[in-house]
Design a protein around this ligand. Structure first.
Ligand code: ADP
Ligand code: AMP
Length: 214
């Protein structure tokens, strides 16, 4: 099963992705996580990407598309994959379609997690993430069991630099200008499915499983 997750920043894509990946046994591929790993390792890609990420802008398509193609060529993707945070532009979506067509594959579901802009700021400024595995927590809605430590791997949980109020506003603008057109793109392809992301995390996951099959 080949799935992409769509939705504004803070919709809950990463939160749902961990559970979907476990249940359906497909790798969770987050371009944001890939960039953050490269930034922490100070690779050439990380250095290039950081300036854009810190400002809340998208990393250019030329840098992003090749990383995803590379990752999807990995053997662990042969029975499916879950893309989280990619595609974010129509150009990325077209490049992904072409890449999959070449391999006689396709996207099965474009899952849109719908959350209104009014809920996003509280979600993003209260978000905390594991510095090692990227698991996502929230100080109010989804706190870790032990304060400051990840439930999954025990590493420190931190606040992302790009989750400041100012950067979140920029990211929301970028989403509506550059990423929202993908809703029409995947509606036309007849693979768009939407879930109400304002419900509790477990209820959203139940809705997702209703769509993907149990
Ligand atoms: P995204 O990957 O779409 O940017 P995350 O999965 O990191 O979003 O979620 C953003 C924040 O909102 C996190 O702090 C997360 O714990 C919280 N969150 C995720 N899903 C829900 C939900 N259904 N209800 C309340 N808070 C949520
Ligand atoms: P995320 O972890 O998905 O919220 O992504 C964090 C940041 O990484 C984004 O705000 C962008 O700057 C960058 N990024 C992640 N995925 C992409 C993508 N597909 N295209 C361009 N930039 C991306």
């Amino acid at each position: 099963m080949n799935i992409i997750l769509l939705g504004p920043p803070g919709a809950g894509k990463g939160t749902q992705a961990k559970q979907i990946s476990d249940k359906y046994n497909i790798p969770h591929i987050s371009t944001g996580d890939i960039f953050r790993k490269n930034i922490s390792e100070k690779t050439e890609l990380g250095v290039k990407a950081q300036g854009y990420i810190d400002k809340g802008l998208l990393v250019p398509d030329e840098l992003t598309i090749d990383i995803v193609k590379d990752r999807l060529s990995n053997v662990d993707c042969k029975n499916g994959f879950l893309l989280d945070g990619f595609p974010r532009t129509v150009k990325q979506a077209e490049a992904l379609d072409l890449f999959l067509e070449d391999k006689e594959h396709k996207i099965d579901y474009a899952l849109l997690i719908k959350v209104p802009e009014s809920s996003i700021l509280e979600r993003m400024t209260g978000r905390r993430v594991c510095s090692k595995c990227g698991a996502s927590y929230h100080i109010k809605f989804n706190p870790s069991k032990v304060a400051g430590k990840c439930d999954i791997c025990g590493s420190d949980i931190i606040q992302r630099k790009d989750d400041s109020e100012e950067t979140v506003q920029e990211r929301l603008d970028v989403y509506s200008r550059q990423t929202e057109p993908l809703i029409d793109y995947y509606t036309s392809a007849k693979i768009l499915c939407a879930v109400d992301g304002t419900q509790d995390i477990d209820v959203v996951f139940e809705n997702v499983c209703d769509i993907l099959g149990r």
